[in-house]
Design a protein around this ligand. Structure first.
Ligand SMILES: Nc1ncnc2c1ncn2[C@@H]1O[C@H](COP(=O)(O)OP(=O)(O)O)[C@@H](O)[C@H]1O
Ligand SMILES: [Mg+2]
Length: 293
C-alpha cells in the first residue's frame, strides 16, 4: 500500500539555521501519527512542507502518493490542515460557516446543509449551530475549525498542535473527535508538545529533536527503550523509599522485591512503567542520546 506520507532525507534551512536535517518518515493510511517535539523543534515547518506551504531545500516528500514539490495541487486536493480555517467568519453562525465552506468546496446547494448538520452533530456543536462564531469559546472554535477541515473528507488530515491552549475537558472532546475521524479512515498527522496527547491518541509517535527523528515507535516501544518496569517502595505518605530497575521479567521483579525484603524496609510496593515524559527527557538529554539514537 502506498504510504499516506513519506519523506526522505528532508532538509529545511532558514538562513543559517538548519531546522530539518534529514527527516525520514513513513505514515500508513488510516494511522494516527504524532510528531512530538518541544517549541521550536521544527514541527510546524515539517507540516508546512507536507501541506505544500513551504518548499524543502533538499530531500523529498510524498503525501497521498504525490510529490509535494512537483504536484502541489494534487497534494492540496487530498489533504486538509486545521488552523488554516482562518476562513472562519466571526459574524456568521457555525452552521452558516459550514454551509458556506461546503459550497466553496464544491458541495451542491442540497448537499452542503446536510453535511453541515452532520458535522455539527458529530463535533458537539448542534446546540451552538445558530450562534455567531464571535461568541464561541476556544474549545468550540477548535471543534468548528476541525469540522471545516473535514467538510470534504481529506485523505490526510494535518493537525498542528490541535489542543494547545485548551482546557482538559475541551482537549478530551477534541481527542474523541480525532479518533472518530481516524476510525472513519482518515490518516491523521498531528504535532504536539504534550506527551500524554501522543500517548493517548497516536498509533505511532516520532520524536523530533535536532532536526531529525530521534525516536519512532508506539508509545509502548518508546517506553520500552527507556527502560523496563521499575519496582518502587513507597512510604505511607507516598514518598519514594527505594527504586529498583528491572527488565520486567518475573525473576527480575522477584529479585527486586527480595532486595527490599532483605533491607527490612516497610512500605507499599508499586510497579512503575516509564512514562512518555521519561522517554522524552532521556532523548533530549544529550548525555544519553547515543544509546538511544
Ligand atoms: N519563516 C521562517 N523564517 C525564519 N525562521 C523560521 C521560519 N519559520 C520557522 N523558523 C524557525 O525554525 C525553527 C522551528 O520552527 P517551527 O517549525 O515553528 O517549530 P515548532 O512548530 O516545533 O515550534 C524555529 O527556530 C523558528 O524560529
Ligand atoms: Mg509549531
Amino acid at each position: 500500500m502506498t504510504p499516506a506520507i513519506e519523506t526522505r532525507a528532508l532538509q529545511k534551512r532558514f538562513g543559517r539555521q538548519t531546522v530539518l536535517d534529514g527527516v525520514d518518515l513513513s505514515v500508513e493510511p488510516g494511522e494516527i501519527f504524532a510528531l512530538l517535539g518541544p517549541n521550536g523543534a521544527g514541527k510546524t515547518t515539517l507540516v508546512n512542507i507536507l501541506t505544500t506551504l513551504v518548499r524543502p531545500d533538499d530531500g523529498s516528500a510524498h503525501v497521498a502518493g504525490h510529490d509535494v514539490v512537483r504536484s502541489p495541487v494534487a497534494v492540496a486536493q487530498r489533504i486538509a490542515l486545521t488552523g488554516q480555517a482562518a476562513a472562519v467568519d466571526e459574524v456568521l453562525t457555525a452552521r452558516e460557516n459550514l454551509v458556506l465552506f461546503g459550497r466553496l468546496s464544491g458541495l451542491s446547494r442540497r448537499e452542503a446543509p446536510g453535511r453541515a448538520d452532520e458535522l455539527l452533530d458529530r463535533f458537539d456543536l448542534a446546540d451552538a449551530a445558530n450562534g455567531r462564531v464571535g461568541t464561541f469559546s476556544g474549545g468550540m472554535r477548535r471543534r468548528l475549525d476541525l469540522a471545516l477541515s473535514v467538510v470534504v473528507r481529506p485523505q490526510v488530515l494535518f493537525l498542528d498542535e490541535p489542543t494547545t491552549g485548551l482546557d482538559t475537558r475541551s482537549r478530551r472532546e477534541l481527542w474523541r473527535i480525532i479518533v472518530s475521524l481516524a476510525d472513519a479512515g482518515t490518516t491523521v498527522f498531528l504535532t504536539t508538545q504534550y506527551l500524554e496527547e501522543a500517548d493517548r491518541l497516536a498509533d505511532r509517535i516520532a520524536v523530533l529533536h535536532d532536526g531529525r527523528i530521534a525516536a519512532l515507535g508506539t508509545a509502548e516501544q518508546l517506553k520500552a527503550r527507556v527502560g523496563g518496569t521499575s519496582v518502587e517502595l513507597r512510604g505511607g505518605d507516598g514518598t519514594l523509599l527505594r527504586e529498583l530497575p528491572t527488565d520486567g521479567s518475573v525473576s527480575s521483579l522477584r529479585r527486586a522485591i527480595d532486595e527490599i525484603d532483605a533491607a527490612g524496609l516497610d512500605g507499599d510496593v508499586v510497579l512503575r512503567r516509564p512514562s512518555l515524559d521519561d522517554v522524552f527527557l532521556s532523548l533530549t538529554d544529550r548525555t544519553h542520546q547515543e544509546d538511544l539514537a
